[in-house]
Design a protein around this ligand. Structure first.
Ligand code: AMP
Ligand code: MG
Length: 326
């Protein structure tokens, strides 16, 4: 997945020697399997096979890859098209732009845009088809989250484990007991380059994923171009959001919503009203004087140095009390 993973298992008091090692290994194997199936960087992955199939040719896929594709398709609807895994041709186009330093031709941009959308793929039973040559799916905004979910599941089921955390490149999911015995603390990265965590939140269960334009971008003619595409324009997302952190019951949803809100900016927080359990924090504005907006149910942020005060958006629906009442 092009990043580093850190898996933590907290032993149960009765854990036997070797159980934790075995637990960590099964969790790691889950991450590696998901990567092997869903990475568009690996020619041997199921996703790559689908992306190069002749139009109409059925490509056999594992159930989990089909599940992730179906989830990606439903998130396309739920995010109003902001999360679009079919924007592979645009991702490739802008990656080439970043390498060459030259902006794309109008025709090339129009062609790549026309290849986007779920009409280019049919998802069936145990197989999928590409219906248009050149259409391409990129699961870079969601597969990591799915891998984190699977690895967490393996850890949770392993004997001798009372709690754990799976952290892939700063996206995490936690469950059960933490090493300190308190809730898990998850750091929030500053949008300013070279700075570490500038805030943290306390989470006892669930996933926290962050997307940021600051992290990966190309610079052409003094302008920064994000690695996240705005499917509405076919161009790199404007940096309306500097970083987006999403808390959700599963990492697949947190991952996808973080990418979507990077496109939508703080205005997108309103769209979470229909997504129970999903809470988000958007850091936006000028990186030197950033502002922060969050849904009502996002946990309080502990300031570790310069964290802006958080404006709460979207009142009642997500304001669930700790006893589960609204
Ligand atoms: P993340 O770091 O989770 O925000 O994912 C960013 C990655 O998702 C990019 O590197 C692309 O592979 C892919 N991507 C870019 N734009 C989009 C988009 N609008 N919808 C879905 N995936 C995207
Ligand atoms: Mg994402």
């Amino acid at each position: 997945m092009g990043t580093t993973a850190r898996i933590t298992a907290v032993p149960a008091s009765e854990a036997r020697a070797g159980q934790l090692d075995a637990a960590l290994e099964t969790a790691e194997a889950e991450l590696r399997r998901v990567e092997a199936r869903m990475s568009s960087w690996l020619d041997a992955s199921e996703l790559s096979a689908l992306n190069r199939a002749a139009p109409g040719q059925p490509v056999p896929l594992s159930r989990e890859t089909l599940d992730v594709l179906r989830t990606a398709r439903s998130l396309y609807e739920r995010t109003g098209g902001a999360f679009d895994a079919t924007c592979g041709p645009l991702i490739d186009l802008w990656r080439a732009v970043a390498e060459s330093g030259r902006l794309p031709e109008r025709d090339a941009l129009a062609r790549a845009r026309a290849l986007g959308g779920w009409a280019g793929f049919e998802l069936g039973d145990g197989e999928a088809r590409r219906t248009e040559a050149g259409a391409r799916i990129d699961l870079g905004g969601i597969a990591k989250g799915y891998g984190i979910d699977r690895a967490t599941g393996a850890l949770r089921e392993a004997p001798g484990v009372h709690g754990g955390m799976v952290d892939v490149g700063g996206d995490v999911r936690v469950f059960g007991a933490s090493p300190s015995g308190e809730a898990w603390r998850v750091g929030l990265r500053s949008p300013r380059e070279g700075e570490g965590a500038w805030g943290s939140i306390s989470v006892s269960e669930g996933a926290v994923c962050t997307s940021g334009h600051y992290a990966r971008y190309a610079e052409i003619g003094g302008r920064r171009y994000s690695h996240i595409i705005d499917p509405r324009t076919g161009r790199p997302a404007e940096t309306a959001s500097l970083t987006v952190t999403v808390l959700a019951p599963t990492a697949i949803r947190a991952d996808a919503w973080a990418t979507a809100l990077s496109v939508l900016g703080p205005a997108g927080l309103e769209q979470l009203a229909g997504e129970p359990g999903v809470e988000a924090l958007v850091v936006h504005g000028n990186p030197e004087q950033p502002r922060a907006a969050a849904t009502a149910g996002f946990p309080p942020v502990e300031d570790l140095g310069g964290f802006p005060s958080v404006e709460r958006r979207q009142g009642r629906r997500n304001a669930v009390g700790s006893d589960g009442t609204s």
